[in-house]
Design a protein around this ligand. Sequence first.
Ligand SMILES: *Cc1c(COP(=O)(O)O)cnc(C)c1O
Length: 376
Amino acid sequence: MIPFNVPPFLGTETDFLTQAINNHKICGDGPFTKECHAWLEKKTGAAKALLTTSCTDALEMAALLLDIKPGDEVILPSFTFCSTADAFALRGAKLVFVDIRPDTMNIDENKIEDAITEKTKAIVPVHYAGVACEMDTILDIARRHGIKIVEDAAQAVMSEYKGQALGAIGDFGCYSFHETKNYSMGEGGAILIKDPAKIEEAEILREKGTNRSVFLRGQIDKYTWVNYGSSYLPSDMNAAYLWAQLKEADKINNDRLASWQKYYDAFEELEKEGFVQRPIVPAECKHNAHMFYLKAKDLEERTALISFLKQNDILAVFHYIPLHSAPAGKKFGVFHGEDEYTTAESERLLRLPMYYGLTDEDIDKVIDTVIKFYKG
Ligand SMILES: *Cc1c(COP(=O)(O)O)cnc(C)c1O
């Protein structure tokens, strides 16, 4: 069976993990966490990066830092993972779903402005498959209306838009290091902070409402409870595991990009013949091969293709059921305007096996099987 995903693993993780254990510093913000923070800040140019226990938690922190309250509205795509919405639903905000573009599956920047009201507090672009949303337009809209931007960059570590790291363009950016993502610590994530004035507030929120981070830097002589907060910091053992992978980020990225390109080239003919559509990466976007997807003609054809692949020992999957059609989406949100592409395009999309270390032999088997499905 060719699996759909294998969590990234280089082999060096065990050494780092052993070191973390031997350091007897396994709680949060130990030496490995600091390495990860420094790497993320250098790579993205964010004023501050903080590891979190998940991307879901990073989004939750962003919603708290923006002081999202009941009655506020937040604009996001419906074609996304529920975590994008959870953070804002938890704060009592109304979710306003906007349609996607059929080419990148990202929020349609030209449909955002119409959804803005005086209650709109934030726009949450999701960089699907590690391919950037049209950020210049989104930044311009946000600036003109005085609205904040939280990038759900869960899938976008190492991706860029016009040379800028995704996650570091908006006010806050959220990364995921879940085992299904390009770099992993099992469960984990990070929040990127653009405005230096927000750093201390974020550190307090992440450390149970205490100013412990300032204390650890020696800037005050005892720490105290200064605000509400939670515990959003991961163990240094998890950070050690992640550090092994961030250190070798280019190696992982290049391996994934090579697999992606092999799929992409191989399906050119099927696309020309009108059988499938391949992903589209706009020229200004540098992607990270987070996933390789194809679009079939419709839902029925996709279902048949997934089951044909399964019969041939290949696991392909689909996602997402648009949030506005889910029970919680109906409870907390509303779709603004016409659902021209969200539902129709989501029903056509299937993801092929993609992970660090996927062999050429397995890629060839997947390619041959897809071609066999269409051409016999
Ligand atoms: C994976 C993912 C998340 C959630 O990440 P966790 O680290 O599992 O919380 C959120 N948004 C998107 C778009 C994702 O792909």
